[in-house]
Design a protein around this ligand. Structure first.
Ligand code: HEM
Length: 516
């Protein structure tokens, strides 16, 4: 018995020693290497706890470029935004899509796109993203106006929802943003499933499908960081079956019955149908991935924008005035948003609102830009700084360090709604020391992998604020703690809040008189 008790720990210790002995060492010309003492995991736990603090400390000790072992991957972080252009423009030896393609396929459950089994699919998918821009974006934006109003009225502002219309109603702020944005975005992109007719009898039915979808989505999203970290889904309890339900929701037979899908989703359906090598459920998984991409970040972004606006009376009043001014009337009686009254140019002119949104994204975004090194080579970052990197390593930009750099954004932890406005225009020039910073605001990534939905996302957020500020009075509930960020989602877009924030709202008096 004693023998067994001794053999197991001794075996583990010998294995650790062997791993340490044969583990990677820094070569001449490579960035400083930080491996930690736990083989494979390396510094994964410190990174996960508070990536910003962890990387700031490493930057202080090792300078602007260093390599860290995180969960089996050697990640070379480039921390100075003045060095970013060299990485972003380096297309040949730093692959943009390899990392995200592999992560998306394991996370959402479709076969990897770039395996040779689906010739041309990757390019076709990239081309489909053009339908989130230009004239297709105008159509999406107009649909979104209608759907936002519909969801708000049905779920939050109708007398069924609020009781007497003049009453204040209390809600969780995140849930409010989530329910409105999730359903309105879904209807805008995918269209309307057949059971969602708008009459009293089917109201219950309607609520049940969207509520079930949202409920599964929340559970999946909570585990999302583990899936991206390649933890096998079989180890994650019920998530496998929840993901299956989410994928099945988008089965081609079901989607064929949905009315008024966007051009973007129709084009994707057609291009997926060109591949016999894709099973029906593979196609469904692609559609499910787009659902995550379209709401996974937009919902927390919406929360932070609304939270900051409600926390800052000056910001709230300037943004509200701007919106009222844009729609032309002195009295808000006639100001419920009509689709035909809103143009793209008008949305672009809402610069204080755009600045307030940008500022919230600056404070809450923790996305990383990851490139896979294609061969051992010397990465020249500027005239004075070059580093050797190895094939298979990840070169990573960490924009949060730029977003919170006091040289670029004085008082960086403070929310300043008008930080991105200068002389009545959007401010686009930011400096570090006396050097202009090209990549100063990167919640949507950079270069070739930049989020293709960014224009739609910005329009959605602007519309959400135009419509809610026109239709409702809103206040944060007094006496609660400030919202804090859930830092465990390091590297994955917009951080959700870590605590509950409640607010109260009611239909505006003038709209009550109109009988909304
Ligand atoms: C505030 C909201 C949003 C944020 C912060 C955001 C951010 C991002 C980021 C950081 C990436 C990865 C970029 C990279 O790898 O460098 C990304 C990818 C992507 N986003 Fe967004 N996004 C948002 C909303 C949307 C919306 C509304 C859509 C609409 C469909 C969308 C569709 C996509 C897609 C399809 C990709 C993957 C692109 C590819 O595979 O090349 N996103 N997003």
């Amino acid at each position: 018995m004693l023998e067994i008790l001794l053999t197991v720990p001794l075996g583990i210790i010998s294995l650790l020693l062997l791993l340490l002995l044969f583990s990677r060492r820094r070569r001449e010309g490579e960035p400083p290497l930080i491996k930690g003492w736990i083989p494979f995991l390396g510094k994964a736990l410190e990174f996960r706890n508070d990536s910003y603090k962890f990387l700031q400390q490493l930057q202080k000790c090792h300078g602007d470029v260093f390599t860290v072992l995180i969960a089996g991957k050697y990640m070379t972080f480039v921390m100075n935004p003045l060095l970013y252009p060299a990485v972003i423009k380096q297309g040949k030896q730093l692959d943009f899509h390899k990392f995200s393609d592999a992560a998306a396929s394991t996370t959402f459950g479709f076969p990897a796109v770039n395996t040779g089994k689906f010739p041309g699919l990757s390019d076709k998918i990239q081309r489909s993203f053009l339908l989130l821009q230009g004239s297709a974006l105008n159509t999406l934006t107009l649909k979104m106006i209608g759907n936002l109003q519909l969801v708000l009225q049905q779920d939050f502002l109708s007398s069924n929802a609020v009781g007497r219309k003049c009453d204040w109603r209390q809600e969780d702020l995140y849930e409010f943003c989530e329910r409105v944005m999730f359903e309105a975005t879904f209807l805008t992109l995918y269209g309307r499933p057949p059971q969602t007719k708008m009459d009293v009898h089917t109201q219950l039915h309607r609520e049940s499908w969207i509520d079930a979808l949202l409920d599964n989505f929340r559970k999946f999203d909570a585990i999302f960081p583990l899936l991206i970290a390649k933890i096998p889904i079989v180890l994650l309890g019920r998530i496998k079956s929840i993901r299956e339900q989410l994928i099945r929701f988008f089965h081609p037979h079901r989607m064929a019955e949905w009315t008024n899908p966007s051009e973007f989703i129709q084009a994707r359906t057609e291009l997926l149908n060109q591949y016999d090598t894709l099973q029906d459920l593979d196609k469904s998984a692609h559609h499910f991935a787009i659902l995550w991409a379209s709401v996974g970040n937009t919902v927390p972004a919406c929360f932070w924008c609304l939270y900051h606006l409600l926390s800052s009376p000056k910001a709230f009043s300037v943004v509200r005035e701007e919106i009222m001014g844009m729609f032309g009337e002195k009295e808000p009686e006639t100001m419920t948003m009509r689709q035909d009254r809103l143009t793209r140019e008008q949305l672009e002119k809402l610069i204080y609102l755009e600045s307030a949104i940008n500022e919230s994204l600056r404070l809450s975004s923790v996305s990383m830009n990851i490139r896979v090194v294609q061969e051992d080579f010397c990465l020249r970052l500027n005239s004075r700084c070059s580093v050797y990197v190895r094939k298979g390593d990840l070169v990573t930009l960490y924009p949060q360090s730029t977003h919170l750099d006091p040289e670029i954004y004085p008082d960086p932890q403070q929310y300043q709604f008008d930080r991105f406005v200068e002389n009545g225009k959007m401010k686009t020039e930011f400096y570090k020391g006396n050097q202009k910073v090209h990549y100063y605001h990167m919640p949507f990534g950079s270069g070739a992998t930049m989020c293709p939905g960014r224009f739609f996302a910005l329009n959605e957020l602007k519309l959400f604020f135009c419509i809610t500020l026109l239709m409702c009075d809103m206040q944060l509930t007094a006496g609660q703690q400030h919202a804090t960020m859930d830092k465990s989602r390091a590297g994955l877009g917009i951080m959700p809040p870590a605590n509950h924030i409640s607010f109260r709202y009611r239909v505006k008096k003038c709209l009550q008189r109109q009988g909304l």
